[in-house]
Design a protein around this ligand. Structure first.
Ligand code: NAD
Length: 476
């Protein structure tokens, strides 16, 4: 753990093991922190806040720029570590490291643009001035599926704004968080500004994060259930809250779309990170006129995917995070089968060819999916593509919006009017229009309804860490 500029053990001396999900091997032992460690880390962040928040934004931008350069220098090591600890194929890890570094550069640039306003008054002898200042100590909780980019997407804007922070990374991926901290330390972040408490039981730390009055903001990425719990507790402490939660993305193929292009897009998107992405499509709505060509291309693409240890050349799909994740996918596929779905490809665990000690599930296509199946409502977080065939174009937006989630949605059409109408009518925060990657450091990312509160990335991502202060100035 990293507290007040030093790498330390848990106060209790407890530890926990970190596994490689492709092999089941133990790859590290980490300190198992608890509430005592969380309080020490908050105290360090609180003590460092005065000095750090008073630094020039130019100085903070310089440190972030150095961190960005160091991430580039260490990109290959970071990617290897990510594949070993999290499982995604090496190519995908390299992509994530680049994406993660981009947030650091983006917010280094944004730091120098934190400004206020000079405003008029109804009184001729009065003026107003506003400034934006850092909110204070930020508590961060991050997930394991994108262990480096989900961290820099919070850490870079918090530091750019002048906040200090305490992180609790996911128990499956503390090594990636440690590696990011090493980079920021080398870049020159002063002692106490960044702190990290690792743990295998996150609940006591979440309790301290959301009840300690020194913490002024909670930022969380993870499941809707835990996000709701922490947001409620943080709300009771009147902390600022950002929560990036789960999703259940519709992927709509209109009759005028190119069905092959749409199917290639669906295959590329659905099996990214073995389906363990919050913006992964969960319901593929394909118009009946395009369905034969779409299913044929998607079946061919899925059949060609190679699943295995992400370190091996040619592997396109890695393991799931743990056995519980595989069991959840199995249960959803069995439920769909029992209710009449067909499974033209996949539909089972993978245990042969040296995969028995890891957590592998075959890339799977489900057809004849209906709205009474669990997969139609619950997030899968696994490599399963459920296809629903529709005939009424006027109803498909209603079908897509029929969920409590509101994170990402995708639309395939060649008609600009259809695209714009769908973009406006879909109740989701991020819409891909003939596009499989509607994300970038330069744009806001976040959801509606059960998918969360707040935005990360873009200039909006910095606002989440700033308070606005107003001065009324009398000229009398
Ligand atoms: P999770 O909510 O169980 O865990 C996420 C984090 O919360 C981990 O660090 C975990 O240790 C911590 N946590 C769990 N219980 C806690 C508690 N009581 N107090 C404090 N911290 C606690 O989620 P998961 O199942 O590991 O992650 C997958 C979920 O994350 C999916 O639902 C996915 O959609 C979501 N996700 C969302 C985004 C986004 O930006 N919207 C990005 C990635 C993942």
């Amino acid at each position: 753990m990293f507290i007040n500029g030093e790498w330390v053990d848990a106060a209790s001396g407890s530890t926990f093991e970190v596994f490689n999900p492709a092999t089941g091997d133990v790859i590290a032992t980490m300190p198992a922190g608890d509430s005592v460690d969380a309080e020490r880390a908050i105290a360090a962040a609180d003590a460092a806040f005065g000095e750090w928040s008073a630094t020039s934004p130019y100085a903070r931008a310089d440190i972030l720029m150095r961190a960005w350069q160091l991430m580039g220098d260490h990109a290959e090591d970071l990617a290897h570590l990510m594949t070993t600890e999290q499982g995604k194929p090496l190519k995908a890890s390299r992509f994530e490291v680049g994406y993660a570094a981009d947030f650091v550069r983006w917010f280094a640039e944004e730091a120098r643009r934190i400004s206020g306003e000079w405003l008029p008054s109804s009184r001729s002898d009065q003026r107003f001035l506003t400034v934006r200042q850092p909110v204070g100590v930020v508590a961060m909780v991050t997930p394991w599926n994108y262990p480096i980019s989900m961290l820099t997407r919070k850490m870079a804007p918090a530091l750019a704004a002048g906040c200090t922070m305490v992180l609790k990374p996911a128990e499956a991926t503390p090594l990636c968080a440690k590696a990011v901290f090493e980079i920021f330390i080398e870049a020159g972040v002063p002692a106490g500004v960044i702190n990290m408490v690792t743990a295998c039981d996150p609940a006591p730390i979440g309790e301290v994060f959301t009840s300690d009055q020194r913490v002024r903001k909670l930022t969380f990425t993870g499941s809707t259930a835990v996000g709701r719990l922490l947001a409620a507790k943080a709300g009771a402490s009147l902390q600022r809250v950002s929560v990036e939660l789960g999703g259940h993305a519709p992927f709509i193929v209109y009759p005028d779309a190119d069905p092959e292009m749409a199917a290639k897009g669906a295959a590329a998107l659905k099996f990214l990170n073995s389906g363990q992405a919050c913006i992964s499509p969960n319901r593929l709505y394909v118009h009946e006129s395009a369905s034969a060509a779409f299913i044929e291309t998607l079946t061919a693409r899925i059949s060609r995917l190679s699943t295995g240890n992400g370190m091996n050349d040619g592997v396109g799909v890695g393991p799931l995070v743990n056995d519980a994740a595989v069991a959840k996918v199995e249960a959803q596929v069995e439920d769909a089968r029992a209710k009449g779905a067909e499974v033209p490809v996949g539909g089972h665990r993978l245990v042969d060819d040296g995969l028995a000690n890891g957590f592998f599930y075959a890339p799977t296509l489900l057809t004849r999916v209906t709205d009474d199946m669990t997969v139609y409502r619950e997030e899968t977080f696994g490599p399963v593509a459920p296809v629903v065939i529709y005939d009424d174009v006027d109803q498909v937006i209603n079908l897509a919006n029929d969920t409590h989630y509101g994170l990402a949605a995708y639309v395939y059409t060649q008609d600009l009017r259809t695209a714009i109408k769908a973009f406006e009518a879909l109740r989701f925060g991020i819409i891909g229009i003939n596009d499989v990657n509607p994300t970038s450091a330069s744009v806001p990312f976040g959801g509606m309804a059960d998918s969360g509160i707040g935005r990360e990335g873009g200039h909006q991502g910095l606002d989440e860490y700033l308070e606005t202060k107003t001065a009324g100035i009398s000229l009398r």
